[in-house]
Design a protein around this ligand. Structure first.
Ligand SMILES: C[S@@+](CC[C@H](N)C(=O)[O-])C[C@H]1O[C@@H](n2cnc3c(N)ncnc32)[C@H](O)[C@@H]1O
Length: 396
């Protein structure tokens, strides 16, 4: 959720679904060129109704990724006011209220169970929450057999202040990312995440502003159309990290449609469930206005795993590094090794592949020799990986 503050007590949660399980085509139309329905799912729709029922009705193992922003059960009473006495616009909707923690846990078990049913064995699930619910969600995920891969902290660059001054400013939310089982061969687009982060490994703390300004959807009276609209930047990263173009993303608690809007833009298939007809309509209109990126090449994944394997020996054969060339390892080039004619390298105490010798000189369990070792390139030193890339470029 975006920054949430509950204002006003009210009746315990009662889910009211108006209009049955109608579907709104999300305006995707036949824009994407990937196949549809090969998994038996009619996708690219906002479906009105209870997500538990609807996920149970999806074919087993048909979904690649679930992103869920469920009710947080904020459990706060009373209106909250700013120091100037204006009322804080928080989450006071019935869908966020539960009679007890037990009731919340039972609801969580039900929807997570339904998500597990429709998720592929190699699929993953993301659940976002705050300290109010995320620990309960984490335990239930594990109880159901999911395997937690990361907890990602969304650090808000512009959090809501703590008006009462009695606690720390609540400046983050947590996303649990989990695969269906410990053995799942799940998708993680490591290279895309690294590229998105200026060629540094993406960390698990994400610094992203809450949704505001032009991105925040308003009703005709200028009031927020949904109290907990998530920033598209957050979903951009989630979708890019854990799905491939054409894969099916399901959001059981669609709200204003953020997950679907981003998925559509990034040429993924999507399906959103929403119990409230007014929110479903907001989402439908929003998604319909989104254009998918028109050139598939622009969303194609950066993946070195799919690039041809280049043995280090090819650099020697091609004369890019002649036998006897000194390689330097470590931030200050404190380790050295000599290139041998057969593509192995030798240091003072070790002989073997660039990876083996790199690991051995550092006393490390493993080493990526391509990025560890550097060679003299005129007035500077460059990682040997640039030479591998040259060969890759030639082969393309
Ligand atoms: C936290 S909001 C999601 C906000 C959304 N991520 C966004 O960016 O707009 C949760 C949404 O779930 C909906 N909801 C609650 N219980 C539901 C259920 N059982 N099935 C489907 N939708 C439900 C609520 O109406 C609410 O819009």
């Amino acid at each position: 959720m975006g920054s949430r503050v509950a204002a006003g007590a009210g009746p315990a949660r009662k889910l009211r679904v108006v209009g049955g399980k109608g579907g709104f085509p999300g305006g995707a139309g036949p824009v994407l060129d990937h196949g549809r329905d090969d998994d038996g799912v009619i996708a690219d729709m906002v479906r009105l109704g209870d997500c538990i029922e609807q996920m149970r009705e999806l074919p087993a193992g048909s979904v690649d990724m679930v992103f869920a922003d469920p009710p947080y059960n904020l459990q706060l009473d009373g209106e909250l006011h700013r120091p100037n006495n204006s009322r804080v616009d928080g989450v006071e909707e019935a869908w966020d209220r539960f009679d007890s923690l037990d009731a919340y846990d039972a609801f969580t078990r039900d929807w997570l169970g339904a998500a597990r049913h429709c998720l592929k064995d190699d699929g993953t699930i993301w659940v976002i929450g705050s300290y109010h619910n995320i620990f309960r969600v984490g335990a239930i995920l594990q109880d159901l057999g999911f395997w937690i891969l990361n907890d990602v902290v969304w650090r808000k660059s512009n959090p809501m202040p703590n008006f009462r001054g009695r606690r720390f400013t609540n400046a983050h939310e947590t996303m649990i990312w989990a695969s269906k089982t410990k053995d799942s061969r799940y998708t993680f687009n490591y290279q895309s995440m690294k590229a998105l982060n200026d060629d540094l490994q993406m960390r698990s703390d994400w610094y992203i502003p809450i949704c505001s300004g032009g991105e925040r959807i308003k009703d005709p009276l200028g009031k927020k159309a949904h109290p907990t609209q998530k920033p598209e930047a957050l979903l951009h990263r989630v979708v890019l990290a854990s799905t491939r173009p054409g894969e099916l993303v399901v959001d059981p608690f669609l709200g204003s449609g953020t997950t679907a809007a981003v998925s559509k833009r990034l040429r993924r298939r999507w399906l959103g469930f929403e119990a409230d007809p007014a929110y479903a309509e907001v989402a439908r209109a929003r998604i319909a206005a989104v254009e998918p990126v028109d050139d598939p090449e622009l969303v194609a994944l950066e993946s070195r795993r799919e690039a041809p394997r280049i043995p280090f020996g090819w650099l020697v054969e091609r004369g890019m590094l002649v036998p006897g060339t000194i390689l330097y390892g470590g931030a200050r080039g404190q380790w050295t090794a000599k290139v041998r004619a057969d593509g192995t390298v030798v240091s003072a105490d070790a002989k073997g592949s660039i990876h083996q010798v790199g690991a051995q000189v550092q006393g490390a369990p493993s080493c990526n020799g391509w990025t560890f070792w550097q060679f003299d390139a005129g007035t500077t030193r460059l990682p040997i990986d640039v030479l591998r890339q040259k060969i890759r470029d030639e082969l393309e």
